[in-house]
Design a protein. Sequence first.
Length: 203
Amino acid sequence: MSPKQQLNQILEGGFDSVVDTGVRAFTVESLAKRLAMSKKTIYKFFPTKENLIRSIMQFVFTQIDGAFNKVMVDEPNPAVQFIKIMETIAKFAGRVPVDKIAELKSLHPEIWKEIESFRLSHQDDFYTILHDAQERGLARDDINMRATSIIYINIINSTFQPEFFLKNDLPIRETIRGFVKIVARGIFTNKGMKAIKEHYEQN
């Protein structure tokens, strides 16, 4: 196995392990056992547990970015792009139990800040999608899409915190999907909503 393959195996297995046990119980020893790999091999790539956890999160970011870019390339309709991208985010977020997310934020606040920065980094991408939808008559023409994209991302960042889901006993994936549907009805025209409806009917 090449070093790159080993690295990917560690990061993939590490994410699965964090999902299962949370970061508090996560150890290099348990991961090594899970992967049938020596601790020495893991330490060769990641000298500390925090470094490994940060790299696992960066690995997830890369996966989300890849899915994001694939939607932008494969889906021609910007209204449907908006929905598909949010479904991708909901899918990744929904994999991790909310108590495990809260644990990550509590134990590793610096890593949590990186997660928030990652969310904000896609503000321009959402603006591109919404502006394109507006140009094609799929979104309302009386909305400032630059301001909308800024507000949208910041609402997600400030509201969708682990404490919010725990306090209100809400499932992450379904809550994000519901929020997106509400926002979509306020942004897109009948033409845009028709395309979104057809997407849901086909999936």
